[in-house]
Design a protein around this ligand. Structure first.
Ligand code: MBD
Ligand code: FE
Length: 286
């Protein structure tokens, strides 16, 4: 059976993202919720919905359509996608208020832990005929006081030149364009990869149907994902974008920030090079 022509389906990538989310429970830790907090958050969320119903005079047919749509999102497994696209940015802004150092942004639904550990100067795992312009992404990981952090981890993932993520698309090998790059004795790294394409929310699933019904567009600008961590320091999760690319000013996931937009240099051979340094704050005392 040939699968090389197969495109990802909403149900396929949704199921994978739901499985990945359930498997990540241990890594994320449990939310400690009191009854007072649960009462407050559930009540205020419901009140926000009642407010829309009253002021927009939402009808029975509209209510039943929403009910059916919510059921579809769950059945297709798109809750991680939907919530990370339309809600995570506000959660991240709250978290960012107490975060110093490198600017963070949302993680999204396509992180997979446990990828190959790679040396500081490395090429990401990729197919022999990997499409796309070559990109060398380099930089240094430092503490807030300027000390370089040797042995820091730059946990890196990105879409390919068609906008697909390994682990969530049938035609991309496991581990493709993912890796945990370990910084050298000066905290430096240099990762050879390819420039990713913009990402399109699957148009064949309920999230895509909602976007189309509202007349919005389903695109995220091209981006690199990173989690940067070092012993004794607070991990930062962020994304880097490319100057001049499409959708930078209208990211469907509202996750761009000006300081995360890179301006790569184009070399004579058509490849790109760009550098970005990370600054990690001390870990919270426990
Ligand atoms: C992505 O690639 C992504 O980064 C986010 C946040 C949501 C959907 C797809
Ligand atoms: Fe992404």
């Amino acid at each position: 059976m040939s699968t090389t022509q197969e495109s990802p389906t909403a149900a396929g990538s949704g199921a994978n993202a739901s499985d990945a989310f359930r498997a990540s429970a241990a890594r994320r830790g449990a939310a400690e919720t009191t009854q007072e907090r649960a009462d407050r958050l559930f009540r205020r969320t419901l009140e926000a919905i009642y407010e829309v119903i009253r002021t927009e005079e939402v009808s029975y047919p509209e209510f039943q359509a929403v009910k059916r749509w919510l059921m579809d999102v769950g059945e297709v497994g798109e809750w991680p996608l939907f919530l990370d696209v339309f809600v995570e940015h506000e959660i991240e802004k709250v978290a960012a208020k107490s975060q110093r150092g490198t600017t963070g942004t949302i993680e999204g639904p396509y992180y997979l832990p446990g990828q190959q550990r790679l040396p500081a100067v490395t090429t990401l795992p990729m197919r022999p005929d990997e499409k796309g312009d070559k990109l060398v992404f380099s930089g240094q990981v430092r503490a807030l006081d300027g000390r370089s952090l040797a042995g820091a981890e730059v946990d890196f993932w990105q879409a390919d030149a068609d906008g697909y993520y390994s682990g969530f698309a049938p035609n991309v090998a496991a581990g493709n364009l993912r890796g945990v790059v370990v910084t050298d004795q000066d905290g430096r790294f240099a990762i050879t990869t390819i420039k990713p394409a913009p990402y399109q929310i699957p148009t064949d699933g309920p999230t895509g149907a909602m976007i189309a019904a509202a007349g919005w567009h389903p695109w995220r600008p091209a981006h690199l994902h990173l989690m940067v961590r070092a012993d004794g320091h607070r991990q930062v999760t962020t994304q880097l974008y490319f100057d001049g690319g499409d959708w930078l000013d209208s990211d469907v996931a509202s996750a761009t920030k000006d300081e995360l937009v890179l301006a790569p240099d184009r070399r004579d051979d058509g490849s790109y090079a760009v550098s970005y340094d990370f600054e990690l704050e001390p870990a919270a005392k426990s």
